[in-house]
Structures are given as structure tokens and as C-alpha cells.
Ligand binder design. Structure first.
Ligand code: AMP
Ligand code: MG
Length: 494
């Protein structure tokens, strides 16, 4: 990516703004312009998101675009606002929250359909509560890179268009500096938006919101039966798929509060997230999560708990409680089936058969006992589908236990009708990523960025957008983490 202009002069693109969310009415938001930041400069922008939005590369490189995506200048047609939502945080009703530092610029028509743009860290809103409306460079680099990394992995997520930095001081545990991430999604509506109106007994607004989401994102829910129960079931199905994808790639979200759950089943609000290094099912990535509520192995049940909150919120729109329970029920079978399918694919299995669950479970137990690296294990296993087992075996301390498992795996693999080692290897290499945004990789980029050098952020962006590819010069990104990685502590502070 070039940060230099390619084809001057660069006029601002003409965007077609729709701003559908604003048509919901003022109960849902407050008009709120971003607060400018001094001396914004580019850290990075995503060429793939810019292309999807129809934003010319030459303009993206410009100072004007950096001003726009910092919130210092508005594009004509944009209507900046902050929305109100509530939510359950760490299992407790937290009451009103809302966009405390995210400002919606509006919705634009794009070749990939309507997309909403949001600036995170763009200043105070009526929902900032005790916060300052800002985001620090550290957490913004993590959100920017992980959004694009998740998309590269094929996992539903809000996208990240842009990342700008300002020297403006922001006080957290220490004094840091400000940054703004431009997020992009078809909708930023969260479970918490529904909880907000439901808890206040504002049923007209609740229905308006549900109708809005159905009309714009889940039109099939109108085909017979109660549309709101159908919506709950459709969101549950998407969430089940999302959770299966998280678990299968070793992703811990870290703060699965209901206000951080997307109604579209997207990964949203990257804070203290982590991709597992050494496999530990009970891993807690959020230093502030003392009880381990959001530990890796609890995520699927927490998602169900959160869907239950959504069901509770939608209850006034349904015929009875049973209708909500029935809509939630499929999650209990959809999630395990989706996970089994994905874990099977990670082992090179084309179809799920009885006994595959134990094959997966036994491997995970061995990995946990020996603290085997999650990503490296599955990558090496892919190669072993058509090559020697030694590189996989080397990851284990209990070699005999691994050998016994590997024999079962190979029998199952080779027993597949028409088994072809080379194509299975290829399929596994497209399923098991070489690169994930490990904590220490983000940390290295952050340390460099603090000196004003954004080259590592840009290198990571490029690499993580194609995480299954073997490319020269990226071996350090695919390697086992250094010892100091285990000592990195990521908290909610961002
Ligand atoms: P999070 O844990 O980042 O999902 O945030 C939870 C709530 O706190 C949301 O309503 C955020 O908008 C709000 N919030 C977090 N950090 C800040 C901040 N620095 N300034 C204002 N609001 C914030
Ligand atoms: Mg949040």
C-alpha cells in the first residue's frame, strides 16, 4: 500500500448517503458531530474495504481523507449521530450505555450493498458517561488489524476502513495518544439496542426497531408465523455459526456483554481479544475478567445466555414465552453441529461421522495437557496429511499418546472414499490459517507505532488479509510466540 498520492489531484468521492438508521427517529439516537483532533495522520487504511466502498485509492492517501476519517471534516450528506443502547455486562444488567465514543457518519450505497460508517474514538457523546470519548492508539491498532484479520479468515466481522493517529494525549493507566478507527458494517445494531427499549417498556419503539432490522436485514422473517420469533431464531442461527468459527480458530472475544453482540452475527467491539497461543480451554484473555466468565470454553454458552437476553427483550412482541424458547432451542443443536463440521474440516474430514467428536476432543485434551500452540498445531497437521508426522509430533511432550491419536486420525483420514493426500493437504491449508493476530505481533506493531513508525501495522495488515498464504518474508509472523508473549496483559482499558 502506498501512502503517497498516485494520481493527483484527488477530489473527494461522491458518495450516496442513505442514513436509514436516522429514519427510526430521535428516540434511538442523538445528533452529535465528532470532536476534531489535532494533527491527524495516517497510520493505515484497508485497500480492500476502500475498494468495496468505491473510495479511490488516490483520495484515501490524501490529507483530506485523513481529516474525514478522524472526524475533523464531514463529507456532504453525512449525518453524524450516536445511538442509545443498554445491556448486560458481566452477567449483570448495566442499564443505559450507548455509543460513548463511536459516532455514526451515516450509511452509504456501495457496490456491496448499503454500509454504515462509524468513527470509534471521535469524541464525547451524550452516552459517554464517565469516559472521554476517545480511544488510544494501542487499542485502535488492535481493533483495526483484528477486524481485517477476521475478515481474511472468513469470519463475519465489522470491517475497518481506516486508522488515523493524533498526538493528543489520552489518559488511561498512563498517558497515551489518541487514534480513530473507521468501522464499516451493514448495521451496528446490537442486542443491547433491543434490551434498551424493552427494559423501559417502550414497546412501540421496540417494535419499530425490530421491524427495521427485519425489513433491512432479515426480510425472510416475514414469511409466516411471528416475525419477531423468526428474527430471534435467525439471529441465533447466525450467532451459532459465528461462535463455531471463533472456537475453531482459537479466538477469545474477551468482553461478550450483550451490548457487544451484533444483531447480524458479526464479531464486534475488539477489546482485550486474543487468539490462543498455547491451547488452554479455560484461557481468560481479559485481565479484568477475574471470574473467567468469558474464558474460551465458556464462549458458546455465554452466546446462548446473551441470545436469551435478546429473547427476553423481544418477548413483548411475541405471543407467549414458549415462542421465544422455541426460537432459541435450535442454537443447542446448530452450534455443536457447526463446530463439529469446522473441527472435522480442520482435521481434513470431508463429512462428520459418528466418533469424530471423540477424535477432536481427544486431540484437544492432548493439546491442553502439553500446552501445544493452537495455530501451529493445525497448520503442521495440514502438512502432515501429505507428509511426515514428525513436525506435529515435535509439538507434544507425551509423544506416545500423540502417536496413538495420530494412528486413529490417519485411519479415519485414509478411510474416506476417494481419499487424496495432496488435495486433502491443500484443503486443510485453506482451513487452518498460517497467520493469526497473536498478542505479541500486535504488541510489536504498537511499540513501533508509538515511535511514529507505522510500517509494521501496514505489514501486518497485508499479511493478515491473506492468512492462509505461504509468503516469503512472513516466517516471523507464523512462528511460535516468544516467551514474553505469555506475560502480555490486556485489560478492558482502551
Ligand atoms: P466496551 O467495553 O468498549 O464495549 O464499552 C462499554 C461502554 O462504555 C460503551 O457504551 C462504550 O461506548 C463506553 N465507553 C468505553 N470507553 C469509553 C470512553 N473512553 N469514552 C466514552 N465511552 C466509553
Ligand atoms: Mg462495546
Amino acid at each position: 500500500m502506498s501512502l503517497l498520492a498516485e494520481t493527483p489531484p484527488h477530489t473527494a468521492p461522491t458518495l450516496v448517503w442513505r442514513n436509514h438508521f436516522a429514519t427510526l427517529g430521535e428516540a434511538f439516537f442523538t445528533d452529535n458531530p465528532p470532536t476534531p483532533l489535532p494533527d491527524p495522520r495516517w497510520v493505515a487504511w484497508s485497500p480492500s474495504v476502500a475498494a468495496d466502498l468505491g473510495l479511490p485509492a488516490g483520495w484515501m492517501d490524501s490529507t483530506e481523507a485523513a481529516e474525514v476519517f478522524t472526524g475533523n471534516r464531514l463529507l456532504p450528506g453525512s449525518r453524524p449521530l450516536a445511538s442509545v443502547y443498554s445491556g448486560h455486562q458481566f452477567g449483570h444488567w448495566a442499564g443505559q450505555l450507548g455509543d460513548g465514543r463511536a459516532i455514526w457518519l451515516g450509511e452509504i450505497d456501495t457496490p456491496t450493498g448499503p454500509q454504515e460508517l462509524q468513527l470509534k474514538g471521535a469524541g464525547l457523546t451524550p452516552y459517554s458517561r464517565m469516559g472521554d470519548g476517545r480511544a488510544v492508539l494501542r487499542s485502535s491498532i488492535r481493533e483495526f488489524l483484528c477486524s481485517e484479520a477476521m475478515h481474511g479468515l472468513g469470519i463475519p466481522t465489522t470491517r475497518a476502513l481506516a486508522l488515523t493517529a493524533s498526538p493528543a494525549p489520552v489518559v488511561r493507566e498512563t498517558v497515551e495518544t489518541a487514534a480513530v478507527v473507521t468501522r464499516v458494517a451493514p448495521s451496528f445494531i446490537r442486542f443491547g439496542h433491543f434490551e434498551h427499549f424493552s427494559a423501559a417498556g417502550r414497546i412501540d419503539e421496540l417494535r419499530r426497531l425490530a421491524d427495521f432490522v427485519i425489513d433491512h436485514h432479515y426480510p425472510a422473517c416475514r414469511q409466516g408465523g411471528n416475525p419477531y420469533a423468526a428474527l430471534l431464531e435467525a439471529v441465533s442461527a447466525r450467532t451459532a455459526e459465528l461462535l463455531a468459527q471463533w472456537q475453531a480458530v482459537g479466538f477469545c472475544h474477551g468482553v461478550m456483554n450483550t451490548d457487544n453482540m451484533s444483531i447480524l452475527g458479526l464479531t464486534i467491539d475488539y477489546g482485550p481479544f486474543q487468539f490462543l497461543d498455547a491451547f488452554n480451554p479455560a484461557h481468560i484473555c481479559n485481565h479484568s475478567d477475574h471470574g473467567g466468565r468469558y474464558a474460551y470454553h465458556r464462549q458458546p454458552n455465554i452466546a446462548y445466555w446473551n441470545l436469551f437476553c435478546l429473547g427476553q427483550a423481544l418477548l413483548p412482541l411475541m405471543d407467549d414465552q414458549q415462542q421465544a424458547l422455541d426460537a432459541l432451542e435450535p442454537y443447542k443443536t446448530l452450534f455443536p453441529a457447526a463446530l463439529q463440521r469446522r473441527m472435522g474440516a480442520k482435521l481434513g474430514l470431508a463429512e462428520v461421522q459418528p466418533g469424530d467428536d471423540t477424535l477432536v476432543e481427544d486431540l484437544m485434551q492432548l493439546m491442553a495437557k502439553d500446552a501445544v500452540d493452537f495455530t501451529v498445531l493445525f497448520r503442521r497437521l495440514s502438512q502432515a496429511a501429505d507428509g511426515p508426522l514428525e513436525p506435529v509430533r515435535d509439538l507434544f511432550l507425551q509423544r506416545e499418546a500423540f502417536d496413538a491419536w495420530a494412528t486413529r486420525w490417519q485411519q479415519r483420514l485414509h478411510g474416506q472414499p476417494g481419499f487424496d493426500p495432496a488435495s486433502t493437504r491443500q484443503q486443510m491449508l485453506r482451513t487452518n490459517p498460517r497467520l493469526v493476530l497473536r498478542n505479541h505481533l500486535a504488541e510489536i506493531a504498537i511499540r513501533q507505532a508509538r515511535t511514529g513508525d507505522f510500517a509494521e501495522v501496514q505489514r501486518l495488515l497485508k499479511a493478515l488479509q491473506a492468512p492462509f498464504d505461504e509468503r516469503p518474508g512472513e516466517d516471523d509472523l507464523a512462528a511460535l510466540p516468544p516467551d514474553w508473549a505469555a506475560g502480555i496483559e490486556i485489560s478492558c482499558s482502551s
